[in-house]
Design a protein around this ligand. Structure first.
Ligand code: 2AL
Length: 246
């Protein structure tokens, strides 16, 4: 009998609705032997739309990674397009940790020479730009677009944000000269497959991409390196509200 392996999918914001959207997308691609544990922090920011939000969200990510590690999960996904706390999470984790922005960008470069990104608010564009630089994908990104709606508009049930994503993707296809589109928010997770079909070009969501990457790493027997900078944090006594991270 094959035992189930658990992938912990962490929505770094506190929106329960978005956690469910992300969990459903993750489950839609997970292997039969994978169980998806979709979680979000109990405290923090309801949506992540800037550097301040990211700093707070990163603490919630670390708490969840620690909890997931104690539960014995086989990998962690950070399901926010800024990949908040990614390297810190890798220090805490033993299993692989994959961020949705890096996952989507990596996969986009395997199916196209250049990709476009469609994200939420214009102020989140700079976060994606910084990640492109950090991950070395600056030259593969043809353009970045914002639908100019806040993250939680994706969960308001009106469908307006989803329609704006669709319109932006169609425009990007027409104008950018790119071969693929990366969706720049965890809350857009369930749109990728339909848009891929409608646009006739790859539209990539990072949640599903990251789940398949974690499964691949696990299948290959690869875990987060503990040789070098991703080794467990140097032991020191954390004080006050951070004691529980000790
Ligand atoms: C995000 C995301 O993926 N989740 C969230 O709360 N903020 N980032 C974004 N650019 O919209």
């Amino acid at each position: 009998m094959t035992t189930k392996q658990i992938i912990q999918v962490i929505n770094p914001n506190t929106s329960q609705a978005m956690t469910e959207t992300i969990g459903a997308a993750a489950r839609s691609v997970a292997a039969p032997t994978t169980e998806i544990l979709a979680v979000c922090p109990s405290q923090g920011v309801p949506s992540i739309e800037g550097h301040f939000d990211e700093a707070i969200a990163a603490i919630g990510v670390l708490e969840q990674v620690k909890a997931g590690r104690e539960q014995g999960v086989c990998g962690h996904v950070i399901a926010c397009f800024g990949d908040p706390g990614l390297l810190a999470a890798r220090e805490l984790a033993t299993a692989p940790v994959v961020g949705i922005a890096e996952a989507a960008m990596h996969l986009a470069t395997l199916v196209a020479t250049r990709f476009s990104i469609v994200t939420t608010l214009p102020r989140t564009v700079i976060i994606a730009r910084h990640l492109l630089q950090q991950y070395g994908f600056e030259h593969q990104c043809a353009a970045l677009h914002a639908i100019n709606l806040p993250v939680l508009a994706l969960e308001d049930g009106s469908g307006l944000a989803q329609e704006k994503v669709r319109e932006r993707c169609l425009r990007a296809k027409k104008e950018d000269g790119s071969g693929a589109i990366v969706l720049g928010c965890g809350g857009m997770a369930q749109l990728a497959r339909e848009l891929t079909h409608e646009l006739g070009m790859p539209v990539i969501d990072g949640v599903t991409a990251a789940v398949k990457m974690v499964e691949s790493l696990v299948a290959l027997g690869l875990a987060t390196s503990k040789h070098g900078d991703l080794d467990y944090p140097v032991r020191k006594t954390l004080s006050g509200q951070f004691q529980h991270l000790n």
